[in-house]
Design a protein around this ligand. Sequence first.
Ligand SMILES: [Zn+2]
Length: 70
Amino acid sequence: MKICDLCEAQSMKARNGRPHEFLIKVDEPRIFKGSKPRGFEEQDYECLTCKSKFTHSTDKNGLAWTLWRA
Ligand SMILES: [Zn+2]
């Protein structure tokens, strides 16, 4: 399935970029308490328009917005 324009833009967003208006949260955030000074969180989102799935991570070493293609 083709992803919508909002999701295309979302995949380019930086760590502090907000989810677009049709992205809804899926499940609870996952909390990682690693050995680093601070842990990080991951939150899954799904688009109501095109059903694309994203994971948003606050991990400094990873991508902010990861798009999972169906
Ligand atoms: Zn979408």
